[in-house]
Design a protein around this ligand. Structure first.
Ligand code: SF4
Length: 310
């Protein structure tokens, strides 16, 4: 078995078939649970705002990610333009809602990946990739043929289609989805999707089936597995206890989880009551306590990030 897993797929000769299948889906787009069914190959746009071409807003080594991704060389992040979730509280709304970015070909995307690896990044981290899955897996094949050898990170919002995640089997090494909210009414208000929880649960099970719990090497760098992010919201709008119960019981108590405290009102968040303030320290501490009580044993610790700096 070759590693990273995309090398295995490359040597099996089945990569092209996977790419063709993904592009074909764009003819009547169901790449995500919005199921817009627009013909993106003809340039039509659906909820995410993406057309036929890949758009990238920026790329580079990133040191603010979780410590197993960062190490000394950083995580090689590639920020994609547009988004299938379009949260009303998005901190990157110019990228996700306002089309800020440049058109790139899969060949140019492959060049970005190779240059990030040669700069010393430990992985290639696609941020908000769902709506560009065909172009991205196309780019990964080109980069793999040219010798790419670091893990691929799929850094997504958690509103994914299980069938599309199946298309990524043996291409993605590390899944890093958000699990944003549990309550249907809340997800309807904040991301206009009352089925967020159901789609997240289905796709998380599939991600975990493919890659399992996060595996790190002797230096503590992530090689394979799943890493979940959960942003604490004011007045427990994220439903932390329910989310953590699902992760601990249906995936594994050993799932690597980052409980994040950086929510701040942004973009259109003030339209929803309670989203007009940051969570308090007590609300954050309660979320961490509840996660432990639900059986999560592997929480991201900020102090681990400092050890790479000494
Ligand atoms: S990827 Fe975009 S166009 Fe396709 S179903 Fe999702 S939101 Fe609609």
């Amino acid at each position: 078995m070759l590693w990273p897993s995309y090398k295995d797929l490359l040597s099996s000769g089945n990569f092209r078939e996977r790419i063709d299948k993904a592009y074909k889906i764009m003819e009547s787009c169901t790449l995500c649970p919005r199921n817009c069914m627009v013909n993106r190959l003809k340039g039509e746009k659906g909820y995410c705002g993406a057309g036929d071409k890949l758009m990238v807003s920026s790329y580079g080594a990133h040191y603010g990610e979780e410590s197993p991704l960062v190490g000394r060389g950083g995580s090689g992040t590639i920020f994609l333009t547009n988004c299938n979730l379009r949260c009303i509280f998005c901190q990157n709304y110019d990228i996700s809602h306002m089309d800020r970015g440049n058109v790139k070909t899969p060949e140019e995307l492959a060049e970005m990946m190779l240059s990030l690896e040669s700069d010393g990044c430990h992985n290639i981290n696609f941020v908000t990739p769902t709506h560009y899955m065909p172009h991205i897996i196309h780019g990964i094949k080109i980069a793999a043929e040219a010798g790419l050898s670091v893990p691929i990170v799929w850094n997504c919002g958690g509103y994914e289609s299980e069938d599309m995640i199946k298309l990524l089997d043996s291409i993605v090494d590390i899944y890093m989805p958000d699990f944003k909210f549990w309550d249907k009414e809340i997800s309807l208000k904040l991301v206009n999707a009352d089925d967020y929880r159901e789609r997240a649960c289905e796709s998380f099970r599939e991600m975990h089936r493919q890659t399992g719990d996060l595996v790190v090497d002797e230096k503590g760098l992530a090689k394979k597995g799943m890493l979940v992010r959960h942003l604490v919201l004011p007045e427990n709008m994220a439903g932390t206890k329910d989310v953590m119960t699902f992760i601990a019981k249906e995936l594994s108590g050993n799932t690597y989880v980052n409980i994040m405290d950086q929510y701040r009102p942004c973009f259109e968040s003030k339209k929803v009551k309670a989203m007009d303030r940051r969570p308090t320290g007590a609300e954050y501490d309660l979320a961490v306590k509840e996660s432990h009580e639900c059986g999560i044993t592997r929480l991201d610790r900020k102090e681990d990030r400092l050890r790479w700096m000494v």
